[in-house]
Design a protein around this ligand. Structure first.
Ligand SMILES: Nc1ncnc2c1ncn2[C@@H]1O[C@H](COP(=O)(O)OP(=O)(O)OP(=O)(O)O)[C@@H](O)[C@H]1O
Length: 285
């Protein structure tokens, strides 16, 4: 469990302020617009940056007193992790295992397999694709099975099948540990996230379960089919999804009332994000 109290980070053009937040075991998905402070939040949790004020407790321990122990129990994969280009994934993981003080490096093979990078494990990292490098970054974070796994957009370069495998792997990992994932692809986490954390302008706007996230929304979700030429009558901002097939537009949209013939749908995590964003008062940056 990680607990943040009165945490502040002040940059010249941005500040992050978290008064009271507890992250518990399970999968927490962090969302928010660009520049809302998600990476800063993850860097804080990872102990990579120190708050200007306030306190973060890891299972009751503070960084001041127990930094090495806390770091041993955190696995962190930043979004664009700097990897040693001349090393191979296997060599890099063994090196990281050494740094983390893991005696048994056989675990490196396990993560290479689980992240599906075993076949490229002897190629220099510099010659890997973005997606393969991303998997190496996630693998190093998992080494030692840390109690808290912090991942910044871990699937942004992965193909859809690898994304699915990664979701399954992380869901399993989160069964008895704390996993925090920053993502812009909230739709992928339907039925997988235990909690959603929504940051905006460096503030926590929402922290709660999937059920709470999708409940009590000020707008509804509708689906329906209209002639493609009628599409112009629907405001772009209200469209969640639209595909045109045989002259018909198949639509998922949000609104107060359904257009004629549309039926109401249960909001997905992503629908709820759109609704919450659209219903927010405009904040200039
Ligand atoms: N080291 C720094 N010095 C000054 N400002 C910074 C620093 N790091 C981040 N910021 C600012 O803090 C704000 C939040 O950045 P952050 O990267 O945390 O946002 P984000 O939500 O992760 O964005 P994105 O979704 O685009 O990745 C931005 O305005 C950014 O310019």
């Amino acid at each position: 469990m990680i607990h943040m109290t009165n945490v502040r980070i002040r940059y010249p053009d941005f500040d992050l302020a978290i008064d009271d937040l507890t992250l518990e075991s399970g999968m927490t998905v962090v969302v928010g617009r660009n520049g809302s402070g998600k990476t800063t939040f993850l860097e804080l949790l990872s102990t990579g940056i120190e708050p200007d004020s306030g306190e973060i407790r890891y299972g009751g321990m503070t960084v001041k007193e127990h930094l090495p122990l806390i770091r041993r129990n955190i696995g962190f994969a930043p979004s664009e992790m700097e990897l040693y280009e001349d090393m191979t994934p296997r060599g890099f993981l063994q090196y990281m295992a050494g740094l983390k003080g893991l005696g048994d490096t056989s675990e490196t093979g396990e993560w290479l397999k689980k992240l599906h990078i075993e076949d490229i494990s002897r190629k220099p990292i510099g010659r890997l694709s973005q997606g393969q490098k991303q998997s190496v970054a996630v693998a190093q974070a998992c080494l030692g099975r840390p109690l808290a796994l912090l991942l910044d957009e871990p699937s942004s370069h992965l193909d859809s099948l690898e994304r699915k495998y990664l979701m399954a792997l992380l869901t399993q990992y989160a069964a008895d540990r704390l996993v925090v994932v920053v993502t812009h692809e909230l739709g992928e986490w339907d039925q997988r996230a235990d909690r959603i954390l929504w940051l905006d302008s460096g503030r926590v706007c929402f922290h709660g379960t999937q059920k709470e996230w999708t409940a009590g929304l000020p707008l509804n979700v509708y689906s329906g089919i209209i002639a493609a030429e009628q599409l112009a009558g629907i405001e772009e901002r209200n469209l969640v999804r639209c595909s045109i097939r045989e002259g018909k537009a198949h639509i998922r949209m949000i609104g107060e009332l359904p257009p004629p013939g549309f039926k109401q749908e249960r909001p997905s995590l992503e629908d709820a994000y759109f609704i919450r964003r659209l219903s927010q008062p405009f904040v200039s940056h």
